[in-house]
Design a binder for this molecule. Structure first.
Ligand code: UTP
Length: 405
């Protein structure tokens, strides 16, 4: 080892001691020099403070959220006045949309970013194409080139950018589109330890959509948009082809209610449906994710689904950029390098925990938030799984039912 490699090795060794993961050192000696260097760089990129937060989350059950009641103050959708108000704000350059596309899409198992999945039943348009076409239509209506920022992750960023460039930004001007990248953090096996997904690579996954505003600010976009006069942001998740990046009614709701956050909901199909619920805490709407919903009759009856559709003010987004949100753990399947057989193993069932910060954990920090109820068929049919509910087949059926080809 030369001096530089030795220094890095010693730093990596120190870091592994700090996070009690020294067994990883045993894997070093059989590796080639270049492989060792990659692994060392991987170890050095681990942020100790955040990793210890992951370990704490690993060993704890999700906290019981106190003072929960049903959320009853739903505003019905269908206000033409709000639509007009939203359109006026967009026409004067006060609105922006963010497409959240940093997820791994591991359940869907599509080779490539989820947004590239050809989802419409007849024309096989990708999710990205659908959203861009909606931004184009909204821009024509508003007579203003509306912007779209896309959050990617280190593993899908270059593929996503390439897809947009190859398709000439689906009719949008290149200047309307910006990209920013979220971070990745290690996955932990069911014993709570780091593992490798290739001989020299620590298994990692995107750190959830909750650090969106942190990255949006850090990468300069929040300032750029605020300087341009953008006061209102609408967020959509890449996996819901019915989400509208420029939902004028939701912008209008945010403006009229003078809230810092407005969201859309629709009824859950059943207590078994894998969607989070919107409930009330201290008279404000908050979300409990589906796998953390306590199994009691009271929660089973909660009807309002969290659809991940919401708009907020840029001022509140700025405030959210400095929040330290909690982590949540989700079981996932991930490739694992087995040193005994010297092979990458593809698991058949979940074999690790992924740790994520969730965007909806910003909700309790708003001073005022409102919820509009919509018809489910028009706004929600997410693509999550390979088969069954929320799969390409079920999504295509929902799209066909409302005439999307
Ligand atoms: P999900 O958590 O439902 O799905 O993301 P996923 O991560 O895409 O896929 P799985 O869980 O591995 O199967 C909901 C939304 O949040 C985004 C996704 O892109 C999707 O729009 N997301 C999720 C991120 O942007 N970053 C993340 O780290 C996680």
């Amino acid at each position: 080892m030369d001096d530089n490699s030795l220094t890095n090795y010693l730093k990596a060794q120190k870091k592994l001691k700090q996070i009690s993961e020294t067994t990883l050192l045993e894997l070093f000696s059989p590796l080639l020099k270049t492989e060792q260097e990659t692994l060392i760089q991987n170890i050095l990129s681990i942020e100790v403070k955040y990793f210890l937060k992951q370990k704490a989350c690993f060993s704890q059950e999700p906290p019981i959220i106190p003072d929960i009641k049903s959320y009853k103050s739903l505003t019905p959708s269908g206000s033409e006045e709000k639509c007009q108000l939203g359109l006026k704000a967009a026409s004067s350059g006060k609105c922006g949309a963010i497409l959240i596309a940093g997820g791994q899409g591991s359940r869907l198992g599509h080779a490539g970013p989820k947004g590239t999945f050809p989802i419409t039943p007849v024309f096989h348009k990708s999710l990205f194409q659908i959203f861009c076409e909606r931004v184009k239509q909204a821009s024509e209506k508003a007579n203003y080139d509306l912007p779209l920022a896309i959050m990617t992750s280190p593993s899908n960023d270059s593929l996503t950018r390439r897809f947009f460039a190859q398709h000439q930004y689906f009719g949008l001007k290149e200047s309307q589109i910006s990209f920013f990248v979220q971070s990745q953090i290690p996955l932990l096996d069911f014993e709570g330890h780091l593992f490798l997904n290739e001989k020299k690579q620590i298994a990692q996954g995107p750190d959830g959509n909750g650090n969106l505003f942190k990255e949006f600010k850090k990468q300069g976009l929040l300032k750029e948009w605020t300087d341009r006069g953008i006061e209102y942001l609408n967020l959509v998740l890449v996996d819901n082809p019915l989400a509208d990046p420029y939902d004028f009614e939701l912008f209008g709701e945010l403006i009229t209610s003078q809230a810092d956050l407005s969201m859309k909901t629709c009824p859950r199909l059943s207590p078994k449906e894998k969607v989070g619920i919107i409930v009330s805490q201290h008279k404000k709407p908050i979300v409990i994710e589906y796998h953390e919903i306590p199994n009691t009759a009271h929660f089973n009856e909660e009807p309002a689904a969290n659809l991940g559709l919401f708009a907020l003010t840029s001022a509140f987004a700025n405030q959210c950029a400095s929040l330290e949100l909690p982590l949540h753990k989700v079981p996932r399947k991930a490739l694992r390098f087995d040193f005994e057989v010297q092979k990458v193993i593809q698991p058949l069932k979940p074999n690790c925990w992924k740790f994520e910060a969730y965007l909806f954990d910003i909700f309790p920090y708003s001073t005022k938030s409102t919820v509009i109820s919509y018809q489910r068929e028009k706004i929600f049919c997410p693509l999550k799984n390979k088969e069954g509910d929320f799969s390409p087949n079920s999504v295509r059926k929902s799209l066909t039912a409302i005439g999307i080809q």
